[in-house]
Ligand binder design. Sequence first.
Ligand code: PEP
Length: 250
Amino acid sequence: MRRRVIAGNWKMYKTLTDTRAFFSSFLPLVAGAKPCDMVVAPPFTAISTAVEAVKGSSIAIAGQNVSWSQEGAFTGEVSAPMLAEAGCRYVIIGHSERRQLFRETDDNVAKKTLMALASGLTPIVCLGETQEDRDAGLTEEVLSRQFSGGPCALTPEEFSRILMAYEPVWAIGTGRTATPEIAAAAHRFLRRCAGEKFSIRHASALRILYGGSVKPDNIRGLMAQEELDGALVGGASLDPESFAALVNFA
Ligand code: PEP
């Protein structure tokens, strides 16, 4: 049985004051229960504040992005050792906003994943097709290309330390969730890719999160699919009550 993960991606929201206020409301709502692995990815500036706020709880903090280099003259970048030192345990890599708005390639994703693993971080590697891809019947081709260009570069041991997130671009921040069946089919396909490249054992241990407009009112249907091992949540992770509802459901 794979343990579920509910991960919140705050994107470019929340100041330090907002971060403290979030956790002081959120922690009591999830206290005691350890229903799933909980992860929150604040903006870089709020990481230390978030790490401090969750001390003593089972909540892990994540970076939203990481450099593919260990250090160097890369203005504006943050390295994996820096994230680890700040207290992060996870990092989101290859989010569709990074791929689309900042031109991140599969090759960048592969390098970032290796860098994150080398620093002991757990990468959450995001993949997903656009609406045009889906309309053109290219979903599996796109997922296969993103899988081959990214996680395929890992050794089997490295692969066993990553999470993947299936995030159809057309469902992110749009209020349009993939149906549980559409999500499960994509997860099954990704698991098949993992089985072909690595092994059946690796494929069945791999945790794949679904992301795309997950809310308290649709989590039940999504989590009824055993292919879905949790959720990567944007909008609904900003509010302590809705994020707690997702965690407590999972
Ligand atoms: C995301 O940013 O990864 C995401 C899934 O966002 P939302 O839940 O708002 O669609």
